[in-house]
Design a protein around this ligand. Structure first.
Ligand code: RP5
Length: 164
């Protein structure tokens, strides 16, 4: 299976990345994690993206806060799909990072998830890999079913408490 490549702008983004790595682990998807900044280590960030396809990655996740240019900088250097996670690391509550990540110019797309959306970034990466992997697609279908069962269990409890 192709690996998911994860880059974060700073180790202060780790709590968000852990949500992604936990999800990938639960789906048995191989991944690699790096701290590369679009601003502080631009050469390493670009090299990682340029070499990602030949290094066995199928999709990349880039997480950054504040002036969050990492996902865009990564996407500029690869035609692998890039998922951006805007991180809430400033007193603008992540809105700065959201706009910087999502507002990409035509030609260099970044699939942006919610602010701090590490779990969904991993699931979207899994869904991209599952396009060519029926075993992984089955696993994702089973996860959807078990997630739905949890919600329906909560529905029963709330109904019993408030309506019976
Ligand atoms: C961004 O600036 C990082 O992705 C991080 O979210 C934010 C703050 O970085 P630190 O100052 O904590 O290293 O580049």
């Amino acid at each position: 299976m192709k690996k998911v490549g994860i880059v974060m702008g700073s180790d202060s983004d780790l709590p968000i990345i852990r949500k992604a790595t936990d999800m990938l682990k639960s789906l048995d998807i191989p991944f690699e994690v790096h701290v590369y900044s679009a601003h502080r280590t631009p050469v390493e960030a670009a090299d990682f993206a340029r070499n990602a396809r030949q290094n066995g990655f199928g999709v990349l996740i880039a997480a950054a806060g504040m002036a969050a240019h990492l996902a865009g900088a990564v996407a500029a250097n690869t035609t692998l799909p890039v998922i951006g996670i805007p991180c809430k690391s400033s007193n603008l509550d992540g809105l700065d990072a959201l706009l910087a990540t999502v507002q990409m110019p035509t030609g260099i797309p970044v699939a942006t998830v919610a602010i701090d959306g590490g779990g969904n970034a991993a699931l979207l990466a899994a869904q991209i890999l599952a396009v060519g992997d029926t075993e992984l697609a089955d696993k994702l279908n089973r996860k959807r079913e078990s997630d739905a069962a949890i919600v329906l269990e909560k529905d029963k409890k709330v109904f019993a408490e408030l309506c019976q």
